[in-house]
Design a protein around this ligand. Structure first.
Ligand code: FNR
Length: 343
């Protein structure tokens, strides 16, 4: 077992096996889930020497956020399956690490309560067929202090999660609900993934909020180009952590063409399979402005609550700084594609 799998193994030991699988699993044969990590393992670094990298400066500017390191917590549903304090503990850990948390529309804690932790927040959105309700959710997120909307675009239908099917896991345990799916009247709505959603949703969203809008779930360079043409403020290269289209390209393999298509006009983020500082370095060298991490944060949360989340983020930033120094880079902009090879 590689060291990067150790936190997952330890989380498996403390979680209900059905809940562990709900968090760890992917779609179908899970080839995209494993492919994301394998894509990093295939890469090797060709460091530069005698560049006097000094103490690395990881500071990064993203829509609505100045960060000490180019690492963002990806939106993941159901944190109360990982830890009883759920997204509040995640928020506390992120705040302690001076990080940035993307709150999932499927969070088991209200965005207002997560905001009280003081963590910097983005809010992830699935545009609902009921646009008035969607606008209310966006307004809630904005009022709570979220600094950008992350529009997930890779889910016209739900991925088939084989582990959940095997366990017949269809409903959250009693007492847990998606708290951000309440309307103004307090009534809960079911989350709908909309097979009819098109690019007009981006224009609609931009007319609904003054917050920056990022699209998450782009793999094809033509879509990256369209996203920029539709005025988005950032593109997240993502295959939903292998939970949507099984067989989709590993995000790291999709990254260079997207970076070319975006051509520096907006930030490009990548998620999927980032497990170490070296992984983050590889993604930055291939053109990402920042990485997002999903499951590692859930494992930190499961193992030690807020402290565990903080440790995951601090360790990742420290390891990235260390790897940058060894590769001869002072700041992320010094990381260029020639540093990464597939031998
Ligand atoms: C997710 N992801 C996700 N994405 C999103 O846009 N909205 C969501 O509600 C969720 N929920 C969710 C739950 C769980 C348990 C996982 C593991 C993932 C996808 C997530 O944002 C991100 O794309 C991946 O998790 C990144 O891959 P890694 O870091 O988990 O490999």
């Amino acid at each position: 077992m590689t060291p990067s799998r150790e936190p997952e193994r330890r989380a498996r030991d403390v979680l209900d096996p059905v809940h562990f699988d709900a968090l760890a699993g992917g779609a179908g044969s899970e080839r995209t889930l494993t492919g994301n990590e394998d894509a990093f393992v295939r890469r090797r670094l060709r460091p530069r020497v005698l560049r006097g990298p000094g103490t690395p400066d990881l500071s990064t500017h993203l829509p609505g956020a100045r960060l000490a390191a180019p690492v963002v917590v990806a939106p993941t549903a159901f944190h109360r399956l990982a830890h009883r304090a759920g997204e509040v503990a995640t928020g506390e850990g992120v705040a302690a690490a001076h990080g940035l948390l993307t709150v999932s529309m499927m969070a088991t804690t209200a965005v207002e309560d997560i905001a009280e932790t003081g963590a910097a927040l983005w809010f992830q959105l699935y545009v609902q067929p009921d646009r008035a309700f969607t606008a209310d959710v966006v307004a809630r997120a904005e009022a709570a202090g979220c600094r950008a909307i992350v529009l997930t675009v890779d889910s016209p239908v739900r991925g088939r999660h084989v582990r959940d099917e095997r366990h017949r896991f269809t409903d959250l345990p009693a007492g847990l609900v998606c708290e951000n799916m309440r309307g103004r009247d307090g009534r809960l709505r079911d989350l709908v993934v909309d097979p009819d959603l098109g690019w007009d949703a981006v224009a609609w969203l931009r007319g609904t909020t003054s917050l920056p809008v990022l699209v998450k779930g782009v793999l094809h360079p033509a879509d990256a180009r369209l996203a920029v043409e539709h005025g988005v403020d950032g593109v997240v290269v993502s295959n939903h952590g292998g939970r949507q289209l099984d067989g989709a390209l590993a995000t790291l393999d999709a990254l260079p063409a997207v970076v070319d298509a975006v051509a520096g006009r907006v930030p490009v983020l990548l998620d999927g399979g980032v497990r170490s500082g070296v992984d983050a370095l590889v993604a930055l060298a291939l053109g990402a402005d920042a990485v997002m991490v999903g499951r590692p944060v859930l494992w930190g949360l499961a193992l030690s609550g807020a402290d565990g989340v903080r440790a995951v983020l601090d360790d990742l930033a420290d390891a990235l700084a260390h790897a940058m120094a060894l590769a001869g880079a002072h700041r992320p902009a010094d990381l260029t594609p020639d540093l990464v090879v597939v031998p």
